[in-house]
Design a protein around this ligand. Structure first.
Ligand SMILES: Cc1cc2nc3c(=O)[nH]c(=O)nc-3n(C[C@H](O)[C@H](O)[C@H](O)COP(=O)(O)O)c2cc1C
Length: 376
């Protein structure tokens, strides 16, 4: 295929895969798209190990790295706060409410020695992002992407000095325009259908507006795209490619926890919620007893980012540890970020097959659409 983004990035097909799993990154890249590793919870050492592995697997083919760089978060005015100071800001009543919730569902505590502190923690301040970015550039990434705000000028400058295009997610038109003004090379217009942090405007409505407003900057369409027909629709809206996140979560390579994978495979498109319960900012995830509890009248208001993640991280580990076993209510509570396309994810597949089926269905769709006007 040939679009502005296949030419800019060197991919065969303009299918960009956001994923936290390095095996999925390598599989998508090797299938002709571009895998982009979500690195928000990586340590610099961990990112170095994963990118070294991906580079070995992909042999010169392009892959990228994605970071969350929110503009507003607790401590942003001071340029970020130390973990201990942040932990001290978590109110006791929130902790007690979560403990009571987990007790109601018979979720046992973590075994001794695996308590708070050992978890892979999401970081949000630019100070802790800089070493990750250095490592990404050191591994020759073909794309650097960021979400939750316009990327800071230092990131855009460093990327351009290294010859790496910068992509940024936008859920609203004004965000997209601000990204372009900041020198972003690719705008990812993400509709509310998408998994993870998401706005309120649908992909079908957002993408053409963004395409027109940021032209000639190329746009990737995101949110609700998992098949070739959806890809054709995205390109019809003026996008130069697609950016998909949810569809990889039920692939054979995905590290999604077994109970959540099963729940995803059984879920319908009506089973997701936008909820602040995992990170403090609205993110689409599977509806579960956890999201219902946070929506209930007795629930405390979710905290700001990153306090909410700090608050729930141990609880989430407790739930995930036993969610696949009988005898507790952890399975009911288990949830994870996913978009409305979860209703189309009904069987586990190899990542390579997901890409191949998207391309095949895209080609068939273009042929069908071509016949609509060719008179054949
Ligand atoms: C599990 C999960 C985690 C996500 N985390 C991030 C993230 O850290 N950074 C980011 O830019 N986007 C993140 N996203 C959003 C994706 O980049 C992408 O825009 C979205 O998944 C597209 O919609 P879809 O889920 O319908 O494919 C996440 C999505 C999912 C499903």
């Amino acid at each position: 295929m040939r679009t502005a983004l296949t030419q800019l990035t060197g991919v065969d097909f303009p299918i960009f895969a956001f994923t936290h799993c390095r095996d999925v990154v390598a599989a998508v890249t090797n299938a002709g798209g571009m895998g982009v590793l979500g690195a928000v919870a990586h340590t610099p050492e961990g990112l170095d190990v994963d990118l070294t592995w991906i580079r070995e697997q992909t042999k010169g083919r392009p892959f990228g790295v994605d970071l969350l760089i929110p503009r507003k978060y607790v401590g942003s005015e001071e340029g970020g706060m130390e973990a201990e100071s942040l932990r001290a800001l978590v109110p006791e009543e929130h902790r007690e409410w979560i403990d009571a919730l987990l007790a109601r569902y018979d979720v046992p505590p973590l075994p001794a020695g695996r308590g708070e502190g050992g978890e892979r923690q999401m970081r949000v301040d630019p100070k802790s992002m800089a070493p990750l970015i250095d490592i990404a550039f050191g591994h020759g990434v073909a794309l650097i992407a960021s979400a939750l705000g316009t990327p800071p000028a230092w990131l855009v400058e460093r990327a351009h000095a290294a010859g790496v295009p910068v992509a940024a997610l936008a859920g609203r038109l004004d965000h997209a325009v601000a990204h372009k003004e900041a020198g972003v090379d690719i705008v990812i217009a993400q509709g509310t259908e998408g998994g993870g942090h998401t706005g309120e405007i649908a992909t079908m409505v957002l993408v053409p507006q963004v395409v027109d407003a940021v032209a000639p900057t190329p746009v990737l369409a995101a949110g609700g795209i998992a098949t070739g027909r959806q890809m054709a629709a995205a390109l019809a809206l003026g996008a130069e490619g697609v950016w998909c996140g949810s569809v990889w979560l039920t692939t054979n390579e995905a590290e999604t926890s077994p109970a959540v994978k099963e729940k995803f495979l059984a879920a319908t498109s009506a089973d997701t919620r936008r909820s602040r319960s995992l990170t403090g900012k609205p993110a689409r995830m599977l509806r579960s007893a956890w999201t219902d509890a946070w929506d209930a009248a007795d629930a405390p208001a979710p905290l700001g980012m990153p306090l909410q993640s700090i608050l729930v991280s141990e609880a989430q580990r407790r739930i995930q540890r036993v969610a696949h076993k009988a005898g507790t209510g952890a399975r009911e509570l288990a949830t994870y970020f996913v978009g409305q396309v979860v209703g189309q994810m009904n069987e586990p597949k190899a990542t390579r097959r997901v890409v191949a089926e998207m391309v095949e269905e895209f080609v068939a769709t273009m042929e069908r659409l071509g016949r609509l006007t060719s008179g054949e």
